[in-house]
Design a protein around this ligand. Structure first.
Ligand code: F0G
Length: 347
């Protein structure tokens, strides 16, 4: 039967209320792409779970199909979220499909163009907040406590339920859990979901458990520093978060899995974005953080990749944030429309 999205495929494993009314854009079923060349360099079996290939270009669609389906079933009319951009675009798309009103709060001036454009294109009401993501999140929490507006940030438990599907897919594709899972950490919903998903699959299918390497950006690394960061800064705007809502659970996932949460610099993130592109996989900066962490730890001799099966999660597509690339090179060379000019340039 044709693929029908994660609620259809994994609904029996997700803790969703019976009144849930499924709304899907056929999210999920993303490829687990082998990286044999880089894997050889690191001495491991390496894969990218390319979540940028979800319908709105990021992993958020997995949790959003669940959260919006629950909100619709419950009779909500309006949904709201705070977002560094991807959640906003995803909420906007699923709300549009369900006929719900979507309001998204974004930190002023810090959202990548492809994300903002998506939220607008899908018809959300976009509001900029003079402050950080954390400030915006506090506002949406307060308004959803005082009104029937439904919160679709990953504080919403159904977001976590839907997002578990990524762990199930990885186990299904590999016929076991990987030895390590490396991923970026911002508000910490994703790492929480993966760990819950892997534990659940291990309990019913004995697929084993991965160790988890969570990676933050140095300028926005509250879980590494052990305290909130008041003014988070990083080129990876998706994870520019100083007070992760599920920070405790992220630390638990790292600890229980015998993994770790580390930080990498913006330079390492951008260099790793280029490494992935050299393998044909273009991701937005935050999405390169997982591999950046793996490479940095391996280079420092603090990580033994040799002989391991490793999955790095690339959370969002490069098209989300094109300016990070276009601003880093001069305009393309210009030639007259003649064969000679082309030949002179390239031969
Ligand atoms: N990668 C990308 C591309 C993201 O957009 C996010 C989070 C993360 C990683 C981190 O995931 O928050 O579950 O730890 N983006 C949120 C948003 C905050 O608003 O789109 P997390």
């Amino acid at each position: 039967m044709a693929y029908q999205g994660i609620l259809h495929r994994y609904g029996h494993l997700l803790n969703l209320p019976s009144y849930t009314r499924p709304v899907s854009l056929l999210e999920g079923d993303t490829p687990l792409i082998p990286l044999p060349r880089l894997g050889r360099e690191l001495g491991c079996e390496l894969y990218v779970k390319f979540e940028g290939l979800n319908p709105t270009g990021s992993f958020k669609d997995r949790g959003m199909t669940a959260a919006i389906s629950e909100a619709l079933g419950r009779g909500a009319q309006t949904v709201i979220c705070a977002s560094t951009g991807n959640t906003a675009a995803s909420a906007a798309a699923y709300a549009a499909r369900s006929g719900l009103r979507a309001i998204v709060l974004i930190p002023e001036g810090k959202v990548a163009m492809g994300k903002l454009a998506g939220a607008v294109a899908y018809g959300a009401e976009v509001i900029q907040v003079q402050g950080s993501f954390d400030d915006a999140l506090a506002l949406v929490v307060e308004i959803t406590q005082k009104t029937p507006i439904a919160l679709v940030n990953s504080i919403n438990p159904y977001r976590i339920e839907g997002q578990k599907s990524a762990a199930f897919e990885i186990c299904d594709d590999l016929a076991c859990a990987p030895d390590w899972l490396c991923l970026p950490v911002g508000n910490a919903g994703n790492i929480t979901s993966y760990w819950a998903g892997f534990k659940q699959y291990q309990a019913c299918n004995a697929t084993g458990l991965p160790q988890i390497l969570g990676v933050q950006a140095e300028g926005a690394a509250p879980l590494v520093l052990g305290h909130p960061v008041e003014k988070p800064e990083t080129v990876a705007t998706a994870i520019r978060i100083g007070r992760p809502a599920r920070g405790e659970q992220a630390l638990e996932a790292a600890q229980e899995s015998n993994g770790m949460i580390i930080a990498v610099s913006d330079a390492e993130i951008l260099a790793t974005q280029r490494v992935l592109a050299s393998e044909g996989i273009w991701v937005e900066p935050a999405s390169a953080a997982g591999l950046a962490g793996l490479m940095a730890k391996t280079a420092a001799g603090q990580f033994e990749a040799r002989g391991k099966k490793i999955v790095v999660v690339c959370t969002g597509h490069g098209l989300k944030d094109p300016s990070i690339v276009t601003e880093s090179f001069p305009s393309p060379k210009l030639i007259s429309a003649t064969y000679q000019a082309l030949a002179d340039l390239i031969l």
